[in-house]
Structure formats: structure tokens, C-alpha cells
Ligand binder design. Structure first.
Ligand SMILES: [Zn+2]
Length: 426
């Protein structure tokens, strides 16, 4: 048995009153964030002007300043749990740390800018509760949160409720957040899991994530997109065209944008659900799973819808595989970013100079192999491992955080449980 940290997220169906309470807490977090940012900026200016002032930078200092000022700046503060303000200040402390780490090159990746003021409409507002009454009610249709009280869930909480009843899970925190027009609660849960101590199966599978299909496996199996997702993707394309025709800022433009946001959220949910099923199957049925490394910097800049969807799918697939592989005793190998999985012939190893995204079939000019592009890529990924087999690697286990980065958890989903094949990184 090992202890892992897992997240369970449920969509909520709040009554109008509860809705107001949820919004108030998220708004309070946002308020504290912006208030703290203003304070830090003002203090930095004072210091630059030669004054000897303390600049609150970490959470304890920010909290101290907030407690001193709250009665003045937010006389209504008692309307919300103090954890709401804490969530906002925590997010700020983290943003400040990211900025200073990035400046002193302690943080990899693209440079992080100085935190900016969050706008109510754009911000991902969230409030995290760590103490008080946090419960999943036995009817499996309601959850209880501090200050907010009992809220109905949109879906059954049975997966978590079952574990809580068995005594194999303990709730550590609950985070409420809103995406598009729906509220969610995400529980951070400490779960006791039986984790295999050795790799069981010898089979290796390469996975290529696409747009036309959810994934193509090196075994030749094509995992289709769920039909509901296909519908959403069609709608997405139509609304995108519609938005391009509208005058920016107009009433119709805004309406189309709101619709687009809703369809986007639905497509993302459907896709995530399908990816959950796929990754569970992969991790339980195979000994080794090979996926491509995601080019995150390129992903952010690419504006093509199809590409963006495929990339987000790959990112999600990797995140899910990262923790499921440790749960089920399977090895996850991530191919180097520069490994030409699409351009290489899986038959003879010949590398094509150029392969456009439109070319759906790979034709080898050396051995004459004609093969579906995605299947070729998946086979190359699988081959990658067969060539480095023997380099013994152990799975990471215990204390893993298999959740999105959320206030207070401080985990990097990109680093969770990834086992790197040796000698593959350029
Ligand atoms: Zn060939």
C-alpha cells in the first residue's frame, strides 16, 4: 500500500443562493489577489524612490499585511471564509515567486512576466478550503463546504464516496472554481492504493495522439473520438468561422464568443473523459507505454485549432499516464522532442526530409512501405523502447500528486512520474 494524492472533481448544481455564495468566495479571492498586488507594486515603487520599506513577498507576510488592512479596505470581509482571501494571496505569492525565479533563471521555460491585475471576467477564480466542514454526503449527490454549506452536485460522487466509506481515502482540501458557466469542486484526497512493485507485462505500445482520432496505437488499433466529441468539434469549427465574420466588440460577436466558450468547455470535457478511459486501458494492459514529448512553447504560439486540440490532448494524455502508470505498475517513456516519429519509416528507418500535416499516408522511398501516417508514428514510438530495452528503470511511487496545479499543491504536472529513457535526450 502506498499513499498517493489524487484529485476528484465534480460539477456542481448550486441553487441561486449557493451560486451567490460561491461567486462571493471566488470574488473575495480575486479581491485579495489584486489588493496584494497593488500593495507590492506600491512598496516596490517606494523602495525604488529610496525609502526603507518592507515588501511583502511570501504568503505569511502578505497575510499579515492583509489582516492589518482588511477592516479598512474590505469592511465586508466577514461575509466570506478567511480561506478565500488566503487563496488569493497564495496565488499572488506564487506568481511573485515564479517571476523572481524566472528572472534569476531558477525557473526553466519561457520568461514569466510580473503578475498582472486579474480581471473579473477573464481570471480563473478559485477558492481553496483546507479546514472546516469539508464532506461528501452519504446520498452521493451533495457536498458540504465551509461557510457555503451543502451544495448539490451535478454528477454522482460515488467514486470518492466509496473510498471514503471503505476508509481508504481522506479529504485534505476542496477547491471551488468556475469554468465558463459552470461551478466545480475539486477535492484533494489522500488515497491508499495497492501499487505493484514490479513491471508485469512485457508488451510495449506506442501512442500517437491526433485530431481525426483520439489516438492510434502501434498495435494497429485506432481509438476513435467519441461521437459526441465529433459533434462538438464540428460546432466549434462553425462558431469559429461565425466569430471571424462578426464585428469585434459587437453584441453578436459577444454572443458567438460566449457560445464558443461553452462548446469549447464541453469538447474539452468529452475529450478528457475519453482520454481517462484510454489511459486506464493502456496502463493496465501494457508493460510500457511510449508517447511523444509535447512542445509546450510551440503549442502556445500555434493558433491552428486542429493542432491546438491535438496538443492539448497529448498534454492531457501524458498527465494522466504519468500517474496511472505508477498505479498499475507500467512504465511510461516520453520520446525526445526532436525524435522524428512521423518522418521516419517504421519499416526500415529511412527519414523523410519533409512531411506536411496534410499528408495522411507515409510512403517510404527506400523500402516502399505505404502506411497510415499516425500508425507509422505510433510504431516508431514503440520501436524506440525496444532499442533501449535493458536500461533498467524503476517507477516512482508514493507521495505523487496526480492533480492539476492548484492553490497550495505546488506540483508540476509536467514532471509527475515521468520516467525518461536513458540516452535519448539530444
Ligand atoms: Zn522504409
Amino acid at each position: 500500500m502506498a499513499t498517493v494524492i489524487q484529485a476528484y472533481q465534480f460539477a456542481l448544481d448550486p441553487t441561486p443562493r449557493k451560486h451567490g455564495s460561491l461567486a462571493s468566495h471566488a470574488g473575495a479571492a480575486l479581491f485579495a489577489y489584486n489588493w496584494g498586488l497593488e500593495l507590492v507594486t506600491a512598496r516596490l515603487d517606494q523602495r525604488r524612490a529610496g525609502q526603507d520599506v518592507q515588501v511583502p513577498w511570501r504568503l505569511p507576510e502578505l497575510r499579515r499585511e492583509w489582516n492589518r488592512a482588511k477592516c479598512q479596505v474590505a469592511p465586508w470581509w466577514q461575509a466570506n471564509s478567511k480561506e478565500a482571501y488566503n487563496s488569493g494571496l497564495d496565488a499572488l505569492a506564487r506568481a511573485l515567486k515564479n517571476w523572481s525565479d524566472s528572472r534569476s533563471s531558477r525557473r526553466k521555460g519561457r520568461p514569466v512576466g510580473f503578475p498582472r491585475r486579474k480581471k473579473k471576467r477573464r481570471a480563473r477564480v478559485a477558492c481553496r478550503f483546507t479546514t472546516g466542514q469539508i464532506k461528501v454526503l452519504p446520498d452521493r449527490k451533495h457536498v458540504q463546504l465551509p461557510r457555503i454549506g451543502v451544495v448539490r452536485t451535478h454528477e454522482s460522487t460515488r467514486k470518492l464516496a466509496r473510498r471514503l466509506e471503505q476508509g481508504t481515502a481522506r479529504i485534505l482540501a476542496a477547491t471551488i472554481s468556475r469554468r465558463v458557466d459552470r461551478w466545480y469542486v475539486s477535492f484533494t484526497v489522500e488515497v491508499q492504493r495497492a501499487i505493484p512493485t514490479s513491471y508485469g507485462k512485457p508488451s510495449v505500445v506506442g501512442v500517437d495522439v491526433g485530431v481525426r482520432h483520439l489516438a492510434v496505437l502501434s498495435t494497429g488499433q485506432t481509438v476513435a473520438n467519441p461521437r459526441t466529441l465529433e459533434g462538438s468539434l464540428r460546432k466549434l469549427r462553425r462558431l469559429n468561422r461565425e466569430l471571424a465574420r462578426r464585428k469585434p466588440g459587437s453584441k453578436h460577436w459577444n454572443r458567438t464568443r460566449r457560445r464558443l466558450g461553452r462548446v469549447h468547455a464541453r469538447a474539452a470535457n468529452l475529450r478528457r473523459d475519453a482520454l481517462h478511459k484510454l489511459t486506464s486501458a493502456l496502463a493496465t494492459e501494457h508493460g510500457t507505454v511510449v508517447v511523444e514529448r509535447l512542445n509546450v512553447a510551440g503549442m502556445v504560439r500555434n493558433r491552428r485549432l486542429a493542432r491546438a486540440i491535438a496538443d492539448s490532448g497529448l498534454g492531457e494524455l501524458r498527465r494522466l499516464l504519468a500517474y496511472k502508470s505508477t498505479w498499475y505498475g507500467c512504465r511510461l517513456v516520453v520520446a525526445d522532442r526532436f525524435y522524428p516519429s512521423s518522418k521516419t519509416c517504421s519499416g526500415c528507418g529511412w527519414v523523410k526530409a519533409k512531411l506536411t500535416l496534410a499528408e495522411r499516408t507515409f510512403t517510404c522511398e527506400t523500402c516502399g512501405l505505404v502506411i497510415n501516417r499516425d500508425l507509422n508514428a505510433a510504431r516508431n514510438l514503440a520501436r524506440l523502447v525496444e532499442s533501449v530495452r535493458g536500461a533498467d528503470q524503476k517507477p516512482q511511487r508514493a507521495g505523487q500528486v496526480a492533480v492539476k496545479r492548484e492553490a497550495g499543491t505546488g506540483s508540476d504536472p509536467d514532471k509527475t512520474g515521468i520516467v525518461e529513457p536513458q540516452g535519448l535526450t539530444a
